[in-house]
Design a protein around this ligand. Structure first.
Ligand SMILES: Nc1ncnc2c1ncn2[C@@H]1O[C@H](COP(=O)(O)OP(=O)(O)O)[C@@H](O)[C@H]1O
Ligand SMILES: O=C(O)[C@H](O)[C@@H](O)[C@H](O)[C@H](O)COP(=O)(O)O
Length: 178
């Protein structure tokens, strides 16, 4: 922590969903938050059924029906964390409001952290990483599907174009103020 930054002890245990389109930085930022806060971390991509991964790898966008079992898995993980009172950090694109409603369906008070950046940055990031199934050709469909959180959702929108350390510090500072 830099001088003047909030101590992580000042951040109340919460259920965080780091959301946004592919390449926005969900995994990078969520891992950084996990390192700072020590709360359980789950990579949402790891909860996709195999056929979803195969579909995305083949450049075919997922449908609402494809995403439902995955979102239910994500919610089950959040439910466990809520019961344990451990806090939680989940990466999940959560592109539509209806998907976020599935995550909230058991009444959990989730905080969505929506990472945003510009199209060129997304393209550079998705094409620049290796060993990931998601092709850059799916970016337009990700962007078209996105419904940013609305005013009556509990969400922070964070510009994730800056270096990861700065994005993480900004999120921690926002969480402390909640
Ligand atoms: N703030 C950032 N600044 C620079 N590069 C970043 C930043 N966040 C993520 N990246 C890089 O961009 C790529 C995609 O990030 P990733 O965390 O996998 O995004 P997502 O999980 O949303 O698809 C990775 O190579 C990662 O290292
Ligand atoms: O709902 C979806 O279409 C997927 O969840 C998608 O948004 C997600 O981005 C991929 O799983 C790729 O993973 P990355 O987000 O890590 O690129």
């Amino acid at each position: 922590m830099q001088p003047g930054q909030p101590s992580v002890q000042d951040v109340r245990k919460s259920l965080l969903v780091v959301m946004g389109v592919s390449g926005s930085g969900k995994t990078t930022i969520a891992q950084g938050l996990h390192k700072e806060l020590g709360w359980p971390f789950q990579e949402g991509d790891a909860l996709h059924p195999q056929h979803n991964v195969q579909k995305m790898a083949a450049g075919i966008p997922l449908t609402d029906e494809d995403r439902l079992p995955w979102l239910n898995q994500c919610r089950a993980w959040l439910d466990q964390c809520a019961q344990a009172g451990s806090g939680a950090i989940l990466t999940c694109s959560a592109l539509k409001r209806s998907y976020r409603d599935v995550l909230r369906a058991s009444g959990l008070d989730l905080i969505f952290i929506h990472l945003t950046t510009d199209h060129n940055t997304l393209l550079k990031r998705v094409t620049g990483r290796s060993g990931h199934y998601m092709p850059a050709s799916l970016l337009p469909s990700q962007i078209n599907t996105l419904e940013p959180p609305e005013a009556n959702e509990r969400a922070l929108e964070v510009d994730a174009t800056a270096p990861a350390a700065d994005v993480i510090a900004k999120i921690l500072s926002n969480l402390k103020a909640l």
